[in-house]
Design a protein around this ligand. Structure first.
Ligand SMILES: [Zn+2]
Length: 417
C-alpha cells in the first residue's frame, strides 16, 4: 500500500467483505483477516521521494486506507494485522525454514531455496524454468539460483526502518510477511485465502510454498482470486497510470451504486470501470428504492420464496452475484406487479448480503446523514452564490438517490423518482 485507495484496490475489499456476509448468512463462523503490508520496497522508495520517514509514511498510508475503505460502509474485517507488528513471527518462520534446509543466508539476506520444495508451481501451474520472481537485480549475485526469492533483506542505504535478526539488520520480504500474519491469526490449513488474480504468481505461490515447507501443512485449502478492475481496457494500476480514486468514485456515484457495480460482475472476471456500467448500477439502485416505497414491512408472501432461494443458490455456486441479482430483480418485478403491498422481509434479507440493506431503510428514516450534510453544504454554496458548486452538490445528492427541491421554507429532500 503506497497511496490512496483506487477502485481496483477496493474490489477485493468489497468481494471478501460480501463473501463473509454470505457465509455468515449460511451459518458459518467466519474470521476475516486482511493483511496490511506496511513494510515493502515501494514504501521505502516513496518515503525517500517525499522526504518523510518510511514508518511515518506507512502509518499515514494505513490510516488513509482505513478512511477510504470505511466509506464503503461494509464494516471492518475482524483483523487487519500490520507486517511491522508481526516481525517476531516472521523471524521465527524464516529460522524454521533455514533449519529445515529450505532457506539459506547469503550476505545479510535470506532466500527461499525454491528447488528444495517439491511442489513449487502447484498453485500457479508454472514450470520452474520460466519463472521470474520480479526481484531487483541487486540481489541476483547472492542467490544460489535465479528462481529463489527473498525472505529477509539486509538493510540498504536510505532504508530508515530496519529490525535486528540473526543475519544482521534488515527487513522481511513481502511474501513471508503474509504467511506469518495469516498464520498468527488463523493458524495453518485454514479454509479460504483470497486476493487479486494478479497476485497468484509469485506472491501466493511463494506464500503457499513457504508455509507448506515450514509446517508440513498447507497454508489454505482454497484460493479465491478476484479479477482485475480495468480502465480503458487495461488493469487499473498505479504503475500503469490509469487509476480512478475510490474517494472520487464515491463522490461521483455514491456507495450504493458502487457496490451494485461490483456485484454486477462475477468476482473472478475482469470488470471494466466505465460510465455505461456505472449508470446501469445507479439505475438498478433507483429501481430498488422505487420498489421499496410500495413495499410493506414484514414477512414476504409465499410466491417470493423460490426467487429468494434462487438468489442464495446463485451465491452458493462460486459466489455468482450477477445471477443472484437477476433473481433479486425478478423478485422486485413480481412485487411491482402485485396489487397489494408486498412484505419486504426477503428482499431485505437478500440486500443485506450485498451490503445494500440501507436501500430500504432510507425510505423509512428519511434522507441519510450523508445526504443531509450534502444538502447543508449546498445551502452554504448557494448563500455564497457559488452556483456551479451548488449544482455539483445537487448531482452528488442525486447520485445517492435523493432530489433537492428548493421551496419557500428552504430545501426539501425527496427520494429521487
Ligand atoms: Zn499477501
Amino acid at each position: 500500500m503506497y497511496g490512496r485507495v483506487h477502485v481496483g484496490n477496493a474490489r477485493p475489499f468489497v468481494v471478501f467483505s460480501l463473501l463473509k456476509r454470505f457465509l455468515v448468512h449460511e451459518g458459518f463462523e467466519v474470521t476475516l483477516v486482511m493483511n496490511i503490508t506496511d513494510v515493502n520496497d515501494k514504501i521505502y522508495a516513496a518515503s525517500l521521494e517525499a522526504g518523510v520517514g518510511s514508518a511515518e509514511l506507512a502509518a499515514e498510508m494505513t490510516e488513509a486506507y482505513t478512511a477510504d475503505t470505511d466509506r464503503l460502509e461494509l464494516g471492518r474485517p475482524d483483523h487487519e494485522p500490520l507486517a511491522s507488528a508481526t516481525i517476531d513471527e516472521i523471524l521465527a518462520l524464516i529460522e524454521r525454514l533455514v533449519e529445515r534446509g529450505h532457506a539459506y543466508a547469503s550476505g545479510g539476506d535470506v532466500y527461499f531455496d525454491v528447488r528444495s520444495y517439491r511442489n513449487y508451481g502447484e498453485l500457479s501451474h508454472r514450470k520452474l524454468d520460466d519463472m521470474d520472481q520480479g526481484e531487483d537485480v541487486e540481489g541476483a549475485e547472492r542467490k544460489r539460483d535465479p528462481v529463489d526469492f527473498a525472505l529477509w533483506k539486509a538493510q540498504k542505504p536510505g532504508e530508515d526502518t530496519a529490525w535486528n535478526s540473526p543475519w544482521g539488520r534488515g527487513r522481511p520480504g513481502w511474501h513471508i510477511e503474509c504467511s506469518a500474519m495469516a498464520e498468527s491469526l488463523l493458524g495453518v490449513d485454514f479454509e479460504i485465502h483470497g486476493g487479486g488474480s494478479d497476485l497468484i504468481f509469485p506472491h501466493h505461490e511463494n506464500e503457499a510454498a513457504q508455509t507448506s515447507a515450514a509446517r508440513d501443512a498447507p497454508l489454505a485449502r482454497l484460493w479465491v482470486h478476484n479479477g482485475m478492475v480495468r480502465l480503458d481496457r487495461s488493469k487499473m494500476a498505479k504503475s500503469v497510470g490509469n487509476i480512478f480514486m475510490l474517494g472520487d468514485a464515491l463522490a461521483a456515484h455514491g456507495r450504493d451504486a458502487l457496490l451494485m457495480y461490483f456485484c454486477g460482475g462475477h468476482y473472478r472476471q475482469p470488470v471494466e470501470f466505465d460510465d455505461e456500467r456505472l449508470a446501469e448500477a445507479g439505475a438498478r439502485v433507483r429501481r430498488i428504492r422505487e420498489a421499496g416505497r410500495r413495499l410493506a414491512a414484514g414477512p414476504s408472501p409465499e410466491w417470493s420464496r423460490p426467487l429468494r432461494d434462487r438468489f442464495f443458490a446463485a451465491l452458493a455456486r462460486d459466489f455468482n452475484t450477477p445471477r443472484a441479482l437477476a433473481a433479486l430483480f425478478d423478485w422486485v418485478s413480481a412485487a411491482n406487479s402485485s396489487a397489494a403491498p408486498v412484505g419486504d422481509g426477503e428482499l431485505r434479507e437478500m440486500l443485506a448480503v450485498l451490503g445494500l440493506e440501507n436501500l430500504l431503510a432510507a425510505q423509512a428514516a428519511g434522507a441519510p446523514a450523508e445526504v443531509t450534510e450534502l444538502s447543508q453544504t449546498r445551502e452554504r454554496a448557494r448563500a455564497a452564490r457559488d452556483w456551479a458548486e451548488a449544482d455539483r452538490l445537487r448531482e452528488q445528492i442525486r447520485a445517492r438517490g435523493w432530489e433537492v427541491r428548493d421551496g419557500p421554507g428552504g430545501p426539501e429532500l425527496l427520494p429521487a423518482a
